[in-house]
Design a protein around this ligand. Sequence first.
Ligand code: PGA
Length: 247
Amino acid sequence: MRTPIIAGNWKMNKTIDEAIQLVNDIKNNLKEEVEVVVCVPFTALNEVKKIISGTKLKLGAQNMHWEESGAFTGEISPLMLKEIGVDYVIIGHSERRQYFNETDETVNKKIKSALKHNIIPIVCVGEALEQREDNIEKEVVKSQVLKAFEDISAEDMVKIVIAYEPIWAIGTGKTATKEEANDMISFIRTTIMDKYDRGVSDKVRIQYGGSVKPNNITEIMNQSDIDGALVGGASLKPEEFIKLISF
Ligand code: PGA
């Protein structure tokens, strides 16, 4: 049985004060059966960690460098995240791939480094609209998956969370249909099975992301292969996110 996992990706939103307020609202509305993660800006990690300690709410970062330290101005290292007590880190979000030159190679390095430091990566994959229109979306996603998990052991692979986020559905209000989402996610699971084995692919949790809202969460979560959601916009409003996590 895979435990459902819903993660809020706050992106570049919320000051420390705003973060404290939002997390206070969320932490009192958790459910036993669903793992909930808030991926907050770096500046708010420490304060949020203090507030959620003793609750089941998990803490995530939105990116990290793969090196432990060094001359990388403006970057944050896995040791720094670990010191705060971060549980998860989003790796390879499409916005980082698009605007900050994240590549399959850097994604792979970051995944390895996160695992080495016991931080669970939430690895994002997903095709652009033109790629879907050209009917190459599966090829694209398969290549992202295989490159991301190059040289990752089966033992590590089962810990990883994958988020399938079609780029055309992010922040657009345009969700993939539940069939499109489930079809791609079961394709990702098959790709993992072919690379490892059934034991591994049965354990890996795969989320859907892209305009997940209170009105579509239930149909998304009811799909056979979808284990959760990575939520942007709707994770910023307490009433919406609380509805999502109690789907
Ligand atoms: P959205 O963002 O829910 O606002 O579409 C999802 C994401 O980028 O993770």
